[in-house]
Design a protein around this ligand. Structure first.
Ligand code: NDP
Length: 277
């Protein structure tokens, strides 16, 4: 598995697993747990969740999938903005830990910006690091102006990650946010890397996939992972899709593939506000 080094040292796999919309239907539970375990066996040991997902149900499902394997996993969860006060962040983290059946998170993110002053959230995140409940912190859905504000508050104590929407059809962050993060060694974690499945029928992706005898999902993921400092967290509740996604790392897109993708999905030529799903 290809890895990336976070700014405080540890190596993490560049391809992880998302879990939004998991644990929503009892009849899919067994398949979702099997998919997560298959991904872990394939080296996709970074698992992303949030207290928001299924109102905690995604975290409980992960606890079941991880049973006995916690130390192999890089576990990421997120605090909702309206919980992100000084006390609220700590309480939310403790609830996540209980549901996840673990006593620490590898990474804890502020899910998006809300009305609680950033300074307060930051103090809580730093207190969680000191108490050992989280190994490191980061943010999600932060645009460049948010990152600049965060930098003014946090100084050299940088977030490890900014988790944002990034895929072929959402390229705005290439103009400013990706280079901004790269200059500071902050990893970008691309969520919805296959646009929740909507990219898969695109004729350009299908054409390139056919040339490589690959799937459209693999092309979309290989494209996101073509650059340094990038982590992708596709979600799949199916073992065969997880295996398909894993093979994206073996795919090498050529200059002609990239040019064709640029024509179908043009890169940004000016700043664009950060998109969110
Ligand atoms: P993705 O782009 O990962 O797409 C998920 C969809 O694609 C599912 O319907 C899945 O179906 C399907 N899929 C996955 N792999 C394949 C494949 N190989 N072939 C065909 N279909 C496939 O969307 P998400 O929005 O789920 O994003 C990924 C993760 O990012 C989330 O689960 C969550 O952890 C995180 N996220 C974070 C956000 C934030 O605000 N910080 C916002 C949104 C997402 P199936 O299960 O049937 O395989």
């Amino acid at each position: 598995m290809r890895t990336l080094q976070l700014n405080d040292g540890p190596e993490v796999p560049v391809l992880g697993q998302g879990t939004w919309c998991m644990a929503e239907e009892t009849r899919r539970r067994g398949a979702e747990i099997a998919a997560l375990r298959a991904g872990i066996d394939l080296g996709m040991t970074l698992i992303d969740t949030a207290e928001m997902y299924g109102d905690g149900a995604s975290e409980s499902l992960i606890a079941e999938a991880l049973a006995g394997r916690r130390s192999d996993i890089f576990l990421v969860s997120k605090v909702l903005p309206h919980h992100a006060s000084r006390q609220g962040t700590i309480a939310a983290c403790e609830h996540s830990l209980r549901r996840l059946g673990t006593d620490y998170l590898d990474l804890y993110l502020l899910h998006w910006r809300g009305n609680i002053p950033l300074e307060e959230t930051l103090e809580a995140l730093q207190a969680l690091v000191r108490s050992g409940k989280i190994r490191r912190w980061g943010v999600s859905n932060f645009d460049v102006d948010d990152m600049e504000e965060l930098e003014r508050l946090a100084g050299s104590n940088r977030p490890a990650v900014n988790q944002v929407l990034y895929n072929l059809s959402r390229r705005g962050i290439e103009f400013d946010l990706i280079p901004w993060c790269a200059r500071r060694g902050i990893a970008v974690m691309a969520y919805s890397p296959i646009e929740q499945g909507r990219l898969l029928g695109h004729p350009c992706l299908r054409r390139i996939a056919e040339r490589h005898q690959a799937s459209a999902a693999q092309i979309a993921l290989a494209w996101v992972l073509r650059q340094q400092g990038m982590i992708a967290i596709p979600k799949s509740g199916k073992v065969d899709h997880v295996a398909d996604n894993r093979h994206a790392l073996e795919l090498q897109l050529g200059a002609d593939d990239l040019a064709e993708l640029d024509r179908a999905f043009p890169p940004p030529s000016k700043p664009q506000p950060l998109e969110m799903i």
